[in-house]
Ligand binder design. Structure first.
Ligand code: ZN
Length: 170
């Protein structure tokens, strides 16, 4: 993520300034400050009635070709749960119901900078998968026979979801 060099409001060159104890880029003309905040991401850990987990193989960077959970950036004005179900629908055509939050996570991404990821446990309403251009393939996989998920955050979410599900079922 490259920082702004020019003010997006008035076009003047930005100067570094120490504000609230952090170095931020400040416009000397109009006072605009470049606050750099994490981007919010919603991730869906979706299960079918057999307890199989919906995985996708990513058709775009970052993590091109890696197995992952469906998810993506929240839109402005959207509830995190809505964004989670929207991304799930866009990528796989699966409708679902959010059951609970699995966790909230911080990650540093070389492509996007700081990310704030919210992961939800979702129950699939059906299993008619139709993928979009962001995905090479998708399917429901039993936890003990799924493709290897190598993205650390997604692996962590799946592990935490499994542990919570196991303790809930005794
Ligand atoms: Zn300005």
């Amino acid at each position: 993520m490259k920082p702004f060099t020019y003010c997006p409001l008035c076009g003047k060159g930005l100067n570094p300034a120490l504000l609230e104890g952090r170095e931020r880029m400040l416009c000397p003309e109009c006072g605009w400050v470049h606050y750099r905040n994490p981007l919010p991401v919603a991730i869906a850990c979706t299960v079918n009635p057999k307890g199989e987990i919906l995985l996708i193989r990513r058709a775009h960077e970052p993590a091109l070709n890696e197995w992952a959970l469906p998810g993506g950036f929240l839109e402005s004005g959207e509830l995190p749960e809505e964004g989670c179900l929207r991304e799930l629908m866009e990528e796989t055509s699966i409708e679902g119901r959010v059951e609970r939050i699995i966790g909230v996570y911080h990650r540093e991404s070389t492509m996007y900078g700081s990310l704030l990821a919210v992961a939800y446990a979702v129950t699939a309403s059906h299993e008619n998968i139709r993928i979009n251009h962001e995905v090479f393939e998708a399917g429901f996989y039993p936890p003990d026979a799924m493709p290897e998920v190598r993205i650390p955050l997604h692996r962590q979410i799946i592990d935490e979801h499994r542990r919570a599900s196991e303790s809930a079922s005794g």
